[in-house]
Design a protein around this ligand. Structure first.
Ligand code: ZN
Length: 308
């Protein structure tokens, strides 16, 4: 559906603007951070919306499990996010203001969906959809991004309720932001011209797995990983990010409580090998009001003025 709200290609010297929506502190570093670092370096304004404080997370790095850390995990994770966002280059970090819903049941190795449970009303997963949508609509209208990145509609591989909500709230807010009839108290309508879903591809995992083999190292990926539901056939857009891989690694390491520097998943390969083994980050174009040709190699394809 199209609305008469202001939208379309930026004119004159107006900078291009990118807005990403993530569930917890650390998701912004593990998903698409090299893409954001690249665009920031190229002059794009980047804003991060983090939906929850990540209060329910565990401490996943034994070295960070010091006295007092667990007790003030929300505060610690907020500071970690500030450091990571600065490394990536985000111009602004905004909080949607919800509590982490927690994972109702430890995910098993297959990533099978956990049993549904009732989530607290102040958690992202338990809050009314319309309330969370209005908060994000207000941010979209104030920030006026040209490209918005959320999580995919299909997240069978990892069904954390907050990650599912990033999709549901993100899509609802994208659709409502340009509609003057929707949430009239949330600011002047703005229709983001493009919407993307970020994606972990099987192609990436395979490339990394093979790189371990070539170096004679033990790959952390076992057989069941390859049998998970993958969505590579939906990829429309690949962003070349090898040069920004260091920023991604450093941003991950800023999440000291969440990321073990000895994790073979994150850091088992030398950085330069991992960066070249799969030099892209992958996206699905989920909505566009501008003409663009698929496959794309630029999130802003169709939005750049002449010479841009
Ligand atoms: Zn998360």
């Amino acid at each position: 559906m199209r609305y008469a709200a202001p939208t379309g290609a930026p004119g004159g010297d107006e900078p291009l603007r990118l807005l990403t929506v993530h569930a917890h502190p650390d998701d912004e570093s593990s998903k698409g951070s090299a893409t954001v670092a690249r665009y920031v370096d190229e002059g794009v304004r980047a804003v991060l919306v983090c939906c929850t404080g990540g209060e329910e997370g565990d401490i996943l790095n034994p070295a960070a499990d010091r006295p007092g850390v667990r007790e003030r995990l929300a505060e610690v994770r907020r500071a970690e996010l500030d450091r990571a966002a600065a490394i990536i280059g985000y111009h602004e970090v905004l909080w949607l203001g919800y509590r982490d819903s927690g994972y109702p049941e430890a995910p098993d190795a297959t990533g099978a969906p956990p049993e549904p449970v009732e989530l607290p009303a102040d958690s992202f997963g338990g809050a009314p959809l319309s309330e969370a949508t209005e908060r994000l609509v207000a941010i979209l209208r104030a920030q006026r991004p040209h490209v918005v990145i959320i999580y995919p509609d299909d997240q069978q591989g990892y069904r954390h309720p907050d990650h599912l909500r990033v999709h549901d709230v993100g899509l609802a807010a994208y659709e409502a932001a340009g509609d003057p009839q929707a949430f009239p108290a949330a600011g002047t309508p703005w229709r983001p011209p493009k919407l993307y879903y970020s994606l972990w591809s099987k192609a990436r995992m395979l490339a990394i797995h093979e790189a371990f083999g070539e170096l004679g190292l033990q790959s952390p990926y076992e057989q069941w990983w390859f049998e998970r539901p993958w969505q590579d056939h939906r990829i429309t857009t690949r962003i070349e990010v090898a040069k920004w891989y260091d920023r991604r690694c450093d941003a991950l390491l800023a999440h000291e409580t969440q990321v073990d520097p000895d994790s073979p998943f994150w850091f088992g390969l030398p950085r330069e090998v991992a960066a070249e083994a799969y030099p892209w980050e992958d996206y699905i174009l989920a909505g566009s009001d501008v003409a663009t040709e698929l496959p794309e190699d630029d999130l802003f394809a169709g939005l750049r003025g002449p010479g841009g």
